[in-house]
Ligand binder design. Sequence first.
Ligand code: NAD
Length: 479
Amino acid sequence: MSSAITVAGVRVDTRHWIGGERVASAGTFTDHSPIDGGVLGEIARGGPAEAEAAVAAARAAFPAWAATPRAERARILHAIADGVDKRVEELAIVETTDNGALLRSHRHGVMPRVAHNFRFFADWLLKLDHEDFETRGHTNHVTWDPAGPCVLITPWNAPLMLATWKVAPALAAGNTVVLKPAEWSPLTASLLADIAAEAGLPAGVLNVVQGYGSEIGDALTSHPDVRRISFTGSVPTAKRIAASAAANLTPLSLELGGKSPLLVFADADLDLAVDLAVEQFDNAGQVCLAATRILVEETVAEEFTRRFTEKAGTLKQGDPRDEATDIGPNIHPRQLEKIDGFVQRAVAAGARTVVGGHRRDGQYYAPTLLTDVDQDAEIVQEEVFGPVLTLQTFADEEEAVRLANGTRFALAATVATGDPERAERVTGRLVAGTVWVNCFFVRDLRAPFGGSRLSGVGREGGTWSFDFYCDVKNTVTAP
Ligand code: NAD
């Protein structure tokens, strides 16, 4: 196997990064670009041996990194952020080639956010403090102590953004990390290893391993030296990880799928509601937070559907490197099969196709809206993870809330209404980790992020991240 490939002019090392060195594996797996299905290269395919080596490297590096003063840890994280800023163009084109998401959003939104993840958690670390309090003259002093090696496992839909959302707080907290990116989008994690090394992060503090979840993933999550596992991905994988973590009672953070609702009340600004609905096609529908169930008050359903259809018709689908493109390809032929299977089964069960409902040439799926669907239908209950929305109507607030809360997921919800009192009433009754009112995808890293029910366990963001990645300790001192 060659040790590096060139992707859109950028050199990417295809080996693992363990203990500050590049390490090859005997086996490889093939990485394809969803843009045209072309082969990008052969990537190291790690297994139990590489998992063992990476955890050992993380364990060996832990004491020194944990003892590094906070200000020095923060300085290095800032240097990583600067390194990301310098390489935004390279990171953007490599990630677009690897996972098919829009180049313009990688350039202007995602990669700047990657840098922000490092700066934000570095700065948060420096002000992380708790007011001391007294008990019968004794002081209670709470500290966030480093916990140890962390295993971070991430999906392909926003590879570097989701990886650094975990890597940054874990490192800031004084932990060491083994990151395993998804096998469908392995490349930018390798570039992150280069950037971290150039920024002066000591060897073994960040390790990046490549391979299939069923091979290296299991070995990582069942390892007794691992002190935290943070996972973003699907529910079936989360259950397997939870089972292997149970053997060592390793604390887990799980950020999983969703089937979030967009509630459109008759008093809403209908153009805004239509914009919010069409926005759900972003990233070809491969967004965990996507409000894929559109719930519209009966009296405005016809007008909403007319405006939605008109607006959806203006979306340009095609090469994600083209600045004018709105919707790119889906990640993998297998994912495309899965999406089409959901749609065809829904139609066979009586759903009506309002827009789309079919594949396009290459790895593209037409933006789709289905209606005439029952609440218990598969297409309403299961996450499709493609550009497929359903539309249901409701008669009143009571029914809207019942439908909105009526799945096993509870990641997010969006409410479109012109009535602030209604907004307060409805948001109070919705079960979701994040609720947006007349907006969508506005994220502040100080806020908690996560889901309830099958959408996840725990919250990350701001102090919640440090609560998870640290051993929180209370020291009580006598007067
Ligand atoms: P996935 O569960 O198939 O894979 C995610 C990661 O887990 C990959 O790196 C994979 O290699 C690894 N993995 C697989 N089996 C493993 C095992 N047995 N042990 C350890 N690791 C294993 O998910 P996906 O298809 O890559 O991602 C899509 C899913 O992620 C969707 O359900 C989506 O909603 C969810 N997601 C959630 C969030 C969130 O923040 N809540 C964000 C993005 C995506």
